[in-house]
Design a protein around this ligand. Structure first.
Ligand code: ADP
Ligand code: ASP
Ligand code: MG
Length: 411
C-alpha cells in the first residue's frame, strides 16, 4: 500500500458537513491500507476575513506588520486541522494534527511570502508508523530563528507537494471545488473544458499567469522531485476524472495551445526620449530593482530621431513606486517624460505545442482585432504568449482567444 498526501482547499473544509465528508474520504483510503498525510487550508473565506480584520486595525497590515500578519493568518489553518483530525477520529481512524512548525516545514524568514527550504519529515513519519493519519496545517512553516511564517496566498498546495516530495509519497492529490484543471478558468470562460493530462511546465505557466487552481511553487516542487499531482473535486463522491499533472512527451498532433489564463491588476509605463545606449536599460532596471519593483514585460524601440523608448509592465500595487523611480531615471538621463497606463489585464496563451508553429501570433492578433480589443504590449517565450489588454476587455478577450484556438467545448 502506498503513502498518499491529500490536500483539501478552503471550500472543501468550508463547513462541518464538508469536514465530515473529507474525513470519510480519508478514512476510506486509510481502510484500504494507505498511509495518509492530509494537508488542510483554512475554512471557506477565513483567510480573507482575517486579512480584512487586520486591515481594519491597520491599513496595509501585511506590508506594515508582516510578522504579526503571519501570526494571525496561521490561525485559520490551525482551526481546520484540529476539526479535520477530530472528524477522522469520530469516523473511526486514529489521527493527529500538526502545525507547519510541528511538522518541521522549515522556511526562509520572509514573512507573508516565505519559501520552503527543507521539510524534516521525521515526526510525521513516526506518527505514520504508529498508524496515525497525520493532518498538517497548510500554508505555514517556521524559520530557522523559530518565527512562524506563511507561504503566500494559495500556499497550502505547496505544503502538500513539498510533504509528498519529502516523504517520497506515491502522489499528491489536490482536492478543490473544480474537478480538474480546465483550458481556462471556468468562472471566466463558459466553454472551458477539463484537461486530462498537463505537463508540469504548462501548469507552471498557467499558474503563474493566474490559473488559481494550483499554486505555481507547488508545481515547481512537483517537477523537481517528480511527484505526480492529481487535481480532483472534493464535492463529488469518488476519484474519477480529474487532471494529472506530470511529465509527458508531447504527441506530434497535440494542439498548439493547452490553455489560457489571465489576471487583472497590471499597469504599463512608457519612458520616452531616452539616449539610445545600453546604459539606458541598465539604469532603468537597476533603479527599479533598488526600489524593490519587479518588472514583467520589457521592450525598447529606437525612434526615427534616434531617441529611445522603453516600455515596462509592473503590478498595479507597485506602479506608484515604479512611476517615481522612472521619472527620476528620465530626469537623470535627460529624457522627455513617463506615461502611465493603469487598469490592464495580462493574458497568457500557454502550450508547449506552439513552439515553432507559425501563425499563432497572427491568429491571436486577428482574433482580437476582429473583436476591437487593443493589445498594449506583448511578449513570447517557447511555451507562452503574453498579451496586455484593458481590464474591461479581459473576460471577452480570453473567451475569444480560447475558442479561436479550438480549446472550447464545441471543438
Ligand atoms: P482551493 O481553495 O481548493 O485551494 P482555489 O480557489 O485556490 O481552491 O482554486 C480553485 C479555483 O481556481 C476554481 O474554483 C476556479 O475558478 C479557479 N481556476 C482558475 N483557473 C482555472 C483553471 N484553468 N482550471 C480550473 N480552475 C481554475
Ligand atoms: N488559506 C490560505 C489562503 O487562503 C492558503 C490556501 O488556501 O492555500 O490563501
Ligand atoms: Mg488554492
Amino acid at each position: 500500500m502506498a503513502l498518499i498526501v491529500q490536500k483539501y482547499g478552503g471550500t472543501s473544509v468550508g463547513d462541518p458537513e464538508r469536514i465530515r465528508r473529507v474525513a470519510e474520504r480519508v478514512c476510506r483510503f486509510r481502510r484500504e491500507g494507505h498511509d495518509m498525510v492530509v494537508v488542510v487550508s483554512a475554512m471557506g473565506d477565513t483567510t480573507d476575513e482575517l486579512v480584512a480584520l487586520a486591515e481594519s486595525v491597520s491599513a496595509a497590515a501585511g506590508k506594515r506588520h508582516p510578522r504579526e500578519m503571519d501570526m494571525l493568518l496561521t490561525a485559520g489553518e490551525r482551526i481546520s486541522m484540529a476539526l479535520v483530525a477530530m472528524a477522522i477520529r469520530e469516523a473511526g481512524q486514529e489521527a493527529i494534527s500538526f502545525t507547519g512548525s510541528q511538522a518541521a516545514i522549515i522556511t526562509d524568514s520572509t514573512h507573508t511570502g516565505a519559501r520552503i527550504e527543507e521539510v524534516r519529515a521525521g515526526r510525521v513519519r513516526e506518527e505514520l508508523n504508529r498508524g496515525q493519519v497525520v493532518i498538517v496545517a497548510g500554508f505555514q512553516g517556521v524559520s530557522r530563528t523559530h518565527e512562524v511564517t506563511t507561504l503566500g496566498r494559495g500556499g497550502s498546495d505547496t505544503t502538500a507537494v513539498a510533504l509528498a516530495a519529502a516523504l517520497n509519497a506515491e502522489r499528491c492529490d489536490i482536492f478543490t471545488d473544480v474537478d480538474g484543471v480546465y483550458t481556462a478558468d471556468p468562472r471566466k470562460v463558459p466553454t472551458a473544458r477539463r484537461i486530462e493530462h498537463v505537463t508540469y511546465e504548462e501548469m507552471i505557466e498557467l499558474a503563474v499567469a493566474g490559473a488559481q487552481v494550483m499554486h505555481p511553487r507547488a508545481v515547481e516542487i512537483g517537477a523537481r522531485y517528480g511527484v505526480p499531482i492529481r487535481v480532483l473535486s472534493s464535492l463529488v463522491d469518488g476519484e474519477d476524472g480529474g487532471t494529472l499533472i506530470a511529465g509527458k512527451e508531447r504527441g506530434m498532433e497535440d494542439p498548439a495551445l493547452t490553455g489560457v489564463a489571465s489576471e487583472k491588476g497590471w499597469a504599463q509605463l512608457v519612458l520616452r526620449g531616452l539616449p539610445p545606449e545600453m546604459r539606458t536599460m541598465t539604469t532603468v532596471l537597476s533603479r527599479l530593482t533598488e526600489a524593490g519593483v519587479s518588472v514583467d514585460l520589457l521592450t525598447q524601440v529606437d525612434r526615427a530621431d534616434g531617441r529611445r523608448l522603453v516600455q515596462i509592465t509592473v503590478a498595479e500595487d507597485e506602479v506608484e513606486e515604479a512611476e517615481r523611480t522612472c521619472e527620476a531615471v528620465v530626469r537623470e538621463l535627460g529624457g522627455e517624460r513617463v506615461d502611465v497606463q493603469h487598469g490592464l489585464a495580462r493574458l497568457a496563451l500557454v502550450g508547449s505545442g506552439m513552439h515553432k508553429r507559425p501563425g499563432v501570433f497572427a491568429q491571436a492578433f486577428e482574433t482580437l482585432r476582429r473583436e476591437g480589443v487593443d493589445v498594449h504590449s506583448v511578449s513570447a517565450a517557447s511555451t507562452s504568449i503574453i498579451l496586455m489588454v484593458a481590464a474591461e476587455d479581459e473576460a471577452r478577450a480570453l473567451t475569444m482567444l480560447h475558442d479561436a484556438f479550438g480549446l472550447g467545448a464545441a471543438a
